[in-house]
Write a protein that binds this ligand. Structure first.
Ligand code: NAP
Ligand code: MG
Length: 400
């Protein structure tokens, strides 16, 4: 490795697996160089969340990061970890700095069929990773009063006010934003990936209701499509806009092979639906592609809190590390490509093969056993046993 990979450690069960993956599947095979940031919730609290910003800046410096899942604190977590405050979502903080689009793609194996029987090809989710509710401002309205939007132009122009609601009693109000620049780079990234993967691009919003906000997303996508139209035609692929509810119904009846571009919240929700329908939340890759050339690889799932509590009680767990492994392979492959290190990129390919072959050979964590095609060779292994089985195969492939 020439350039260090920026490593962002995380919380709970994924932190436990992260260490195992690194020690058993990476370090014995790669002369690893990392710049390490510990995003454990307690450390974020100790540093007043400075560590999250530092980690994002390190990705901006070196270009490629790998991230473990992290707790986004809510009221329960503030008590559990005795936090100074309810820190923001680290993913939200990082995405706000890097901008960009999160692409999520199911990891397909031969012995697990999607629940949706018409799906023959993968569905990739392109989730806008900037703005909307993830960096919104929210206010509890205590009693009667008027809520308004106020726009104050820079340089002292005329202030504009827009009514939101006349409250007669308590309620809630929320302010969201996005920028033309971020939406445009989101659209550009989606058209580019659809073109590269030779897949139709679908985009869906609710622009019949949200005529200005969602309407602007649609307009910008239409404008970017004008630049891609010829290239799409020559590839035999299409761009298709439809309302989000219509898209949901169509996706379920499709045969897959679609890149589905979604606004931030829609992509958050739909990627879990697609992952679960493909077998397990742990069978999905996730990469943040920034318009400025930065990449951050992670698992699409959370910290698997319920399994962690069992682990803490000394009970056996059978948690799936596939998505974490693919976060590492994604990061190592990209680092290899950027630094011209073929050996590093090839290693990433071998580790992915070893992982898929392990699952296909019937060595399964509990989530996979529940959905795999029945077979005499199927057996459930625990969290560590699964990683050990992959390490064994990887050893055979690499001769170590
Ligand atoms: P989760 O960690 O994704 O887990 C939800 C459930 O999905 C688990 O209880 C488990 O189901 C199943 N599951 C997820 N990953 C699995 C794996 N690798 N192997 C086996 N089963 C898996 O979501 P959560 O429990 O709602 O959230 C826990 C914490 O994660 C929260 O504090 C949240 O803030 C955080 N989070 C972080 C990220 C991120 O950093 N990217 C994303 C989402 C959530 P069973 O219990 O049925 O086995
Ligand atoms: Mg989510």
């Amino acid at each position: 490795m020439k350039t260090p990979l920026v490593e962002l450690d995380g919380d709970e069960m994924t932190r436990v697996m992260w260490k195992m993956v690194k020690e058993k599947l990476i370090l014995p095979f790669v002369d690893l160089r990392v710049e390490y940031y510990d995003l454990h919730l307690k450390h974020r609290d100790d540093t007043d969340d400075r560590v999250t910003v530092d980690a994002a800046r390190a990705i901006m410096k070196h270009g490629v990061g790998v991230k473990c899942a992290t707790i986004t604190p809510n009221a329960d977590r503030v008590g559990e970890y005795n936090l100074k405050k309810m820190w923001k979502s680290p993913n939200g903080t990082i995405r706000a700095l890097l901008d960009g689009t999160v692409f999520r793609k199911p990891i397909l194996v031969k012995n697990i069929r999607p629940f949706v029987s018409s799906w023959k090809k993968p569905i990739i989710i392109g989730r806008h990773a900037y703005g909307d509710v993830y960096s919104g401002t929210e206010v509890r309205v205590k009693g009667p009063g008027k809520a308004e939007l106020v726009l104050t132009p820079a340089g002292g122009g005329q202030e504009e006010r827009f009514p939101i609601h006349d409250f007669e009693g308590p309620g809630i109000v929320q302010g969201l934003h996005n920028t033309d620049g971020s939406i445009e780079s989101f659209a550009e990234a989606c058209f580019a990936l659809a073109h590269e993967e030779k897949m139709d691009l679908w985009f869906s919003t609710k622009d019949t209701i949200s005529k200005v906000y969602d309407g602007r997303f649609r307009e910008i996508f239409d404008g970017v499509y004008d630049r891609w139209r010829e290239r799409f035609r020559s590839r035999g692929i299409d761009y298709f806009f439809t309302l989000i509810d219509d898209a949901v119904a169509r996706v379920v009846r499709s045969e897959g092979g679609i890149l589905w571009a979604l606004k931030n919240y829609d992509g958050d929700v739909m990627s879990d639906m697609i992952a679960a329908a493909c077998g397990s939340l742990a069978m999905m890759t996730s990469v943040l592609v920034s318009p400025r050339g930065y990449f951050e690889y992670e698992a699409a799932h959370g910290t698997v809190q319920k399994h962690y509590y069992r682990h803490l009680k000394g009970e056996e767990t059978s948690t799936n590390s596939v998505a974490l492994i693919f976060a590492w392979t994604g990061g190592l492959r990209k680092r290899g490509e950027l630094d011209g290190s073929e050996a590093l990129a090839a290693f990433a390919g071998k580790l992915e093969e070893a992982t898929l072959e392990t699952v296909e050979s019937g060595v399964l964590t509990g989530d996979l056993l529940a959905v795999a095609e029945p077979g005499p060779e199927n057996r459930k292994v625990n969290t560590e046993g699964f990683i050990d089985a992959i390490a064994h195969r990887l050893g055979e492939k690499t001769g170590r």
